[in-house]
Design a protein around this ligand. Structure first.
Ligand code: CA
Length: 279
């Protein structure tokens, strides 16, 4: 996944962030980094650029929001304690206009409340400062892989497998990350939420542990603390799958005590293979 242009200036940059390898125009992954501490921002930006990412930097929340809503942004790295506009505020506004844009929050050690709040508001992941460039790059890559983006290439891990499901009156299109109710109301799911649902659907004959979800959806080694991340996302997903008209919606995800989660029998795959697929 390392870009051959590592650490060098990209000579054929076009205004629409692309570069050329042997004459072929490749799209460049664009990240927005919102961090007010200059030294930290510098360090992260350098590491990301050395790995071939196109990085837009912002030193305050307002500027960060403006950068993040520009077209062509693939992922946002968002500090929470920021001048002019807090990271949580930016996240809330961002979720309104770009519900599926991947966001990783950068939090200080000890501020667990903020982290939990960030995840509740729809951040896809978080890293705790101080973190290594390697750790951050691994998180970024995992999220982008899930979003179907790799540096220079567009990937689709699921091949041509279709992915729609029905839940009561709702049709869930996991590829488009969209929920449609029969009254033509629509909702959007984030990359992470779609990935969780797809994983549960693929393994619908059994319960799936939080650790498994962390490994396969987040692409990270599970630790005790991070299993809460899964719960936070499942809670949010359940809320999003509730019928906006207020009618009773069948439960999409069942909690399996002391183990994890399972797709409910009411969540019916319309075009997924029913047998369990090895991850
Ligand atoms: Ca800060």
């Amino acid at each position: 996944m390392r870009n051959p242009n590592c650490g060098t200036r990209l000579p054929f940059r076009t205004p629409h962030s692309a570069f050329r390898i042997q004459g072929v125009l490749m799209p460049l992954i664009r990240l927005v980094l919102v961090e007010d501490e200059h030294a930290i921002r510098r360090g992260i930006a350098d590491a990301l650029r050395a790995s071939g990412y196109d990085v837009a930097e912002a030193a305050d929340g307002q500027r960060g929001f403006e950068e993040a809503v520009r077209p062509g942004v693939d992922l946002v790295l968002l500090d929470l304690m920021l001048p002019r506009r807090s990271g949580l505020d930016v996240l809330v506004e961002l979720r309104k206009c770009k519900p599926s844009l991947p966001v990783i929050i950068l939090t200080a050690r000890g501020s667990e409340d903020d982290r939990v709040r960030g995840l509740k508001m729809g951040a896809d992941d978080y890293v705790v400062k101080p973190f290594s460039a390697r750790e951050l790059l691994a998180r970024v890559e995992a999220i982008l892989r899930r979003a179907g983006r790799k540096n220079g290439v567009s990937v689709d891990d699921d091949g041509d497998e279709a992915s729609t499901a029905r839940l009561g009156r709702a049709t869930i299109d996991l590829r488009r990350r969209e929920v449609c109710w029969s009254n033509s109301e629509r909702g959007e799911l984030s990359e992470t939420e779609s990935a969780i649902l797809l994983f549960l659907l693929r393994h619908r004959q059994r319960a799936v542990s939080r650790e498994e979800l962390l490994t396969h959806v987040w692409g990270i080694e599970p630790t005790g603390l991070e299993t809460r991340t899964v719960d936070m996302h499942v809670a949010r997903l359940r809320t999003k799958l509730r019928d906006p008209s207020g009618r009773k919606t069948p439960e999409a995800i069942l909690t399996v005590r002391a183990h994890g989660y399972m797709a409910s029998p009411d969540l019916v795959p319309l075009d997924l293979p029913v047998q369990e697929v090895k991850a």
